[in-house]
Design a protein. Structure first.
Length: 300
């Protein structure tokens, strides 16, 4: 079973799942704090669960002044492909000045500001085809609403992922189960991989007691990704609706290696402003086991 891992290990189901979006709302952590925190995550026992550090192009100039060695950065471009060329040139200009200077290793590009009209998505794909360096992954954020199916048709057969927003700072920013299931199923039908962003930093579906917003759980979405392939839209809706952590954890623990592979080849990552909270949830559900602390000298 792949839901579990040896003590201190990260199961395949969660490897690289958590992109570090600490500098984005609602976290809004200053870069001077967010970058050292990311380096700590990358040096910790759970490092295999942590994806790249997400950063907007407007803040790239601040990175070279933060020491600690090269930084794997996922470049987020809210302005879409119109800002792609300048952002790629800015990244290429960051040559490390020494072993402790930051430098920037481009781990991926995420284009926002793309409409669901066929022409908008075609333009984004064309810009990525023409400008993106080889072997750099990219995602195209697709707005919710009419036109999503046509947008997915354009992404199908390209090397690029779809990006879908699953939350935000208002209740309208959260798609309901039917809408999210339609997206997951549309991607499954076209073999389009995807990442999600916002609102997923807890494992299990819940109502936020402070805001009253309905949050999807990332464990729900992982299992819904499999259901979208196996059972279609109705199965995905059922997985998204589940509120029992025990039921979800049991289902995750029972996944086969091939099922876990299918899930993660579809649902590749999500951006979270907290790395600690998803890990704490997984540990609480028995799906992740931190290593035992070293014995104290007096206990030896």
């Amino acid at each position: 079973m792949t839901g579990q891992a040896p003590t201190g290990g990260v199961p395949d189901l969660f490897r690289g799942l958590f992109d570090d979006a600490a500098v984005f709302p609602p976290g809004d952590l200053p870069l001077a704090l967010a970058v050292p925190a990311h380096r700590t995550h990358r040096a910790s026992w759970y490092a295999d669960a942590v994806g790249p550090f997400l950063c907007g192009a407007a803040r790239l100039d601040e990175l070279p002044y933060l020491a600690g060695g090269p930084l794997r950065v996922g470049l987020v471009l809210p302005g879409g492909s119109t800002s792609l060329s300048a952002a790629l040139k800015a990244v290429a200009a960051f040559e490390p000045e020494g072993p402790e200077s930051a430098g920037v290793e481009l781990a991926g590009v995420e284009l926002g500001g793309v409409g669901t009209a066929v022409a908008d998505v075609r333009a984004a794909v064309a810009a990525l085809d023409a400008q993106l360096p080889p072997d750099v992954p990219a995602a195209v954020e697709l707005p919710r609403g009419p036109g999503l199916e046509d947008a997915l048709d354009i992404l199908a057969g390209t090397p690029y992922r779809a990006k879908f927003r699953t939350g935000g700072l208002s209740p309208e920013a959260f798609p309901d189960e039917a809408e999210l299931a339609a997206f997951l199923t549309g991607c499954a039908e076209r073999a389009v991989p995807y990442k999600c962003t916002a609102g997923l930093h807890h494992a299990v579906r819940h109502t936020d007691p402070a805001t009253g917003f309905e949050h999807h759980g990332f464990l729900n979405v992982l299992l819904a990704a499999l259901a979208a392939h196996r059972d279609g839209r109705e199965g995905a809706v059922l997985a998204l609706r589940e509120r029992s952590g025990g039921i979800l954890a049991g289902a995750a623990s029972a996944l086969t290696a091939s099922q876990s592979w299918l899930i993660r080849s579809s649902f590749t990552a999500f951006g979270t402003c907290s790395i600690a909270e998803p890990l704490e949830d997984l540990a609480g559900l028995g799906l992740l086991t931190p290593p035992a602390p070293p014995p104290h000298l007096e206990d030896r």
